[in-house]
Design a protein around this ligand. Structure first.
Ligand SMILES: *Cc1c(COP(=O)(O)O)cnc(C)c1O
Length: 223
């Protein structure tokens, strides 16, 4: 893969088009998070140049490598992938928003290693229990636990249901309803494939990779 495969002006054009769509649909309520996972570090530079300073990464090691390559303090790094507990200490102090908090053990570890960190609770309203998001039943206890542990709970995050637009919209609506009930302002939902639906449902933060940077190169084994 050529490191120069990234066209900065194309990223800037796509960012501008996305921003104007967000402005039209949400009246400026929704921010754009540039998801750079799987793209080279230049993608972060391209996002910055396009005026996007919030960047999302899924894998601890990949985030740390890109942070070493790009030290601009303007960049706000969001962790948007599943986090193993043993990775938290390496990421502590380097994550502006932990978006995937979904279980007590992870709350306790973040509270210990990164006291007072800003987090979102990841919500998967269609499941009764499991990974990558908590159930409806577990949501409020998790929020309470995180607040009690001293974390700043900014809001909720969800990933839509693959290949099921209707279920995805239901999940977005459920997330907004719960966030309203809990008084949480941030609603992180929507990716390249379901951006419009997410914004129309009330997303405050869409997480966009492919619609900014093009198709992701095949993933190499990074960890
Ligand atoms: C990869 C990823 C995204 C971005 O997906 P695109 O389809 O590239 O826009 C958003 N959120 C999460 C949690 C992801 O893993």
């Amino acid at each position: 893969m050529a490191a120069s495969s990234l066209d900065f002006s194309q990223v800037a054009e796509r960012a501008a088009a996305l921003q104007s769509e967000l402005n039209q649909r949400s009246g400026g309520l929704t921010r754009l998070l540039a998801v750079t996972k799987g793209f080279p570090a230049e993608a972060v530079a391209a996002a910055l140049q396009a005026g996007l300073n919030e960047v999302g990464e899924n894998y601890a090691q990949e985030m740390l490598a890109k942070q070493e390559a790009l030290t601009d303090p303007k960049i706000a790094w969001h962790m948007i992938g599943a986090v193993q507990r043993n990775k938290v200490k390496h990421l502590a102090g380097r994550v502006a928003l932990w978006q995937t908090v979904d279980r007590p053990s992870l709350i306790d570890e973040i509270a210990k290693r990164d006291p007072g960190a800003a987090v979102l609770v990841q919500f998967a309203p269609w499941q009764t229990s499991g990974k990558n998001g908590c159930s409806v039943e577990d949501l409020e206890p998790l929020v309470t636990r995180a607040v009690t542990a001293g974390l700043k709970v900014k809001g909720l995050m969800t990933v839509g249901v693959a290949e099921d637009e209707q279920a995805t919209i239901e999940a977005f609506k459920e997330l907004v309803k719960r966030a309203d009930q809990l008084g949480l302002p941030e609603r992180s939902m929507g990716m390249s494939g379901d951006l419009a639906a997410a914004v129309d449902c009330g997303s405050t933060l869409v997480r966009i990779g492919r619609a900014l940077f093009g198709e992701r190169p095949p993933r190499l084994q990074l960890s």
